[in-house]
Design a protein around this ligand. Structure first.
Ligand code: KG4
Ligand code: ZN
Length: 340
């Protein structure tokens, strides 16, 4: 099969987004995401509800992706799906759907590691995106992970630093909950932060080894700070929401940048690519952009639609694996915990 006629369908269902995308020769033809609103009222993802919503969404989402790409399912060359890591019930929906579709169409099935996909999304050909050169460092920041990864080839990755407790997205979301913001707190905090003074309040930067992260102390610090201030003024949060969010975001972004600086120093690698939902954050995007002139790094910031969970990133990994004929066996199973 030549590359021109190679159409791969990517399917993502690891958490609370049901997504499908079609890729052809590195270019995304469609990228459909159904975000499950049901979790908002619970202030976090409820696994059982997520899995049920995936079951309802997956057929219409895949149909829409094929329709938008203007292709028929018979034109597909392979199906790529998220095998893990993620919520078991959610992963099972995407895995079993992909298996049956691939079997029905008689085409190869390709299993994808969700975290690798967040990194390899940089290889999608899209305006405003540049593919990193090997070796590069990847900062993967999401609701489930916070890692610095040394990437020497598409499928040769080594975690050189990671969180010892909460993920950075979790820190944003838990802080959002303490501040009474709707779930997920990350994007909310980002919006308020853009109107606020980042130097107004001080939050601690937890001390751990140079390349590792810790966020559980920050959450506690926010809780104590808010309780103390609300004790003095019941309207403290409403009156200061912009400055609280700006100061908190500033602390988190500074902390991520400190760790990246340590990683660059240790490895000598100055090319950095960011991935994962938190890379949608305006503060970290600006900091990485500024690092080009400030520190002489070459930085890669993904397009917004490829930051949070999406199937385009699954489709690009599918295509990269397809070229190397790296197919999954029919008895492949979903895996909640998976290393890079
Ligand atoms: O990668 P992702 O979509 O799902 C996981 O695999 O976890 O990441 C979701 C996380 C959530 O914690 C969400 O609050 C965070 O990404 N997030 C943000 C922003 N947009 C999404 N955090 C801070 N600022 C944002 N703009
Ligand atoms: Zn993710």
């Amino acid at each position: 099969m030549n590359q021109k006629n190679c159409y791969i369908l990517g399917i993502e269902s690891s958490c609370d987004d049901t997504a499908a995308a079609v890729i052809n020769n590195g270019v995304i033809l469609s990228n459909v995401v159904a975000t499950q609103k049901i979790h908002e009222e619970f202030g976090g993802v409820v696994p059982e509800l997520a899995s049920r919503a995936h079951q309802q969404n997956i057929v219409p989402v895949v149909h829409q992706a094929l329709r938008k790409a203007n292709i028929d399912k018979k034109q597909l060359s392979a199906i790529a799906f998220t095998r893990g890591p993620g919520l078991m019930g959610s992963l099972l929906v995407g895995t079993s759907f992909s298996k049956s579709l691939a079997m029905g169409l008689g085409i190869p099935l390709i299993d994808v590691n969700h975290m690798q996909a967040h990194i390899l999304a940089h290889f999608i050909k899209a305006e405003g995106q540049t593919a990193p050169n090997f070796p590069f460092l990847a900062l993967t920041i999401s609701g489930g992970h916070t890692q610095i990864v040394k990437v020497t080839d598409y499928f040769e990755m080594e975690v050189i630093g990671e969180t010892i407790d909460d993920a950075v997205g979790e820190a944003f979301d838990k802080a959002g909950k303490i501040l009474g913001l709707p779930y997920p707190g990350g994007p909310q905090i980002d919006t308020y932060a853009q109107q606020g003074n980042p130097k107004r309040f001080k939050f601690p930067k937890p001390k751990v080894s140079p390349l590792d992260f810790s966020f559980s102390g920050l959450k506690t610090a926010v809780l104590y700070f808010v309780e103390k201030e609300v004790g003095k003024n019941a309207n403290f949060i409403e009156e200061n929401i912009n400055d609280i969010c700006a100061s908190l975001q500033h602390t988190i972004v500074d902390y991520l940048m400190d760790k990246l600086k340590n990683a660059v120093k240790q490895t000598g690698i100055k090319e950095i690519a960011m991935g994962g939902g938190v890379s949608a954050n305006s503060g970290i995007r600006k900091a990485l952009q500024d690092a080009q002139s400030k520190y002489g790094w070459k930085t890669h910031i993904p397009k917004f639609e490829f930051c949070t969970d999406n199937a385009a990133m699954i489709a690009i990994v599918g295509e990269l694996k397809y070229k190397q004929q790296l197919f999954a066996k029919n008895d492949v199973v979903a895996k909640a915990r998976m290393k890079l």
